[in-house]
Every structure is written in C-alpha cells, then in structure tokens.
Design a protein around this ligand. Sequence first.
Ligand code: ZN
Length: 306
Amino acid sequence: MSNALIPAFQKDDALLQDIASRNRYDGHFRLWWLGQSGFLLQHRQKHILFDPYLSDSLTEKYAATAKPHVRMSERVVDPAALGFADIVTSSHNHTDHLDRETLLPVLTAKDLTHFVLPEANRLFAAERLSCSPSFAVGLNDGDRIEIAPFAIHAVPAAHDTVERDEEDRCRFLGFVVRFGDWCVYHSGDTRLYDGMVDLLRPFAIDVALLPINGYQAQRKVAGNLNADEAAWLAREIGAKVAIPHHYHMFAFNTEEPGVFEAACAREGAICKVLQLGECFDSATWAGFAQRVPPAAAPPTATDPSD
Ligand SMILES: [Zn+2]
C-alpha cells in the first residue's frame, strides 16, 4: 500500500488567497472543506470555523498502539492562519473535534472569537485548552444564540447515542446555522436517532454537512451515519444539497465519497463532494441558481473611531 497522502485541491497560501478573494459583503455564502469534519463558512465578511482538526495529534497519540490513526490526506492549512474566524465550534469532546493543537492558535489570535460548544463539555474543554471556563459559549439542544449575521441552533447528535450528563445536557451536538436567506446544518458526529427528521425538516436546510464513515464494532470508536443513512437523511430532511465529511482522515475509520454519491443517486438526494480545501459557492451552485438573495449594501463608511 502506498503511503502517499491524498493531495488537497488547494492548500496553504492558495487556500487563504481563495478565502480572501471571495470575502465579499453580498447575499451569498462560501463553504470550504478543511478535512474530517472541519468546514469554514463565510457570509457577509464573517466566518464560522466548524470542528477544525488541523494537526497530527491523533496520529502521534496512537502511533505505537493497537489503534494507529494513519493519516490519509494532506493538511490544508496551518490553524494559526485561521485566526480571523469570528466563531469556532466544537461539536463534542473527541480530539478530531476538540483539538488543543488546532484550537489554541486559532482562539488566541484575536480577542473576539466566540467558541461555541455543548454546555455539558465546558469544563472538559477549558481544561484541554488551559483556558478559563467562562471563555466558551455553551449550548444545550434547543438553545439558540445569535452572533450576527449568524443564528446558531443546537440540535442533538447521537455518537453512538444521544448522551446526556447528570444535568440532562447533550454531550454531542449538531449546529443548524441560519443567516441571510440561507440555512446550513453541521451535523457533528452522529447516527440516526428518534425524532431527528421531524426536528431538522422545519429548518428548510439548504446545505447539510453529514458524516459518512459509518460504524463498525472492530474500529472500537463511536460510529457515525454510513453513506446510505446520510443519503436517506439528506432526502428526508429536504436538504437542497448534502456535502459529506468525516472520511479520508484516518485509514481505519473512513469511507469513499463515491459510495455516498451512489447512495444519493439511489435515494434521490442531491450531493456535492468537495475535495480538501475546495470551496462550495452558493452563487455558482446550479441548484441555487433560482435563488437571488437580496442585494446587500456593504457596511457604511467605517467609523474613524473603529
Ligand atoms: Zn469524529
């Protein structure tokens, strides 16, 4: 077996340049896949960084163990270059979603980054990041927070099940983000759970970011939707387009995106597979061609005191 890493579509300076060049104050949005469950969402010159994992922590941690995390693909960017993010999320405590090596450089880059996570995980995350617990914005399922221009709704995630702490707070979350005319759902790590479709459908989700790596007892890790389930869910919740994630990071816990594309074709769901570092742009996606968001005026002349 070759050890060659799957190359990024674009990385480092090319990726950062792409992000900067699309950073317009308009009605559209841009979304980049950064590997595993990591995405960058851009709208009206604000950015949400979902679940970034941009280090080799897990590969190093498990190198000499029975559960090696052999990396499959290139890292797309140094997390220190993403310090411009206005909001950073962690859907749960597993290191590929709460990575000290990734989060420290991102979160310390500027004072006003909002770090959104399950309230149940506040103390754990503060300890992992050696920061004050008051730093995080904790949500439970059903909670909603507005950080303009985004409204973030927390929904449960089942990894493998919907798990609650002693205060009945979800340890695993997904985030439904509404902004402008749009709605994007970042699932976190999840399998199907009772009531999931009924909960998600009313949001009229435009883009659903769904894991596809599935579950296998011999992997000895919590599971996710497999390709068939993700395609079924995308159709059932009425997602206009589904983008797969949580694959091509670790050799022992992956899936091929082509399997998801085939499942979507069978289920009648629309999907888009992004390469690493590739951008999904709502302005050029054919499925959104009919949607012409209202023109947005740029922010008025900056106050000289800013
Ligand atoms: Zn994960």
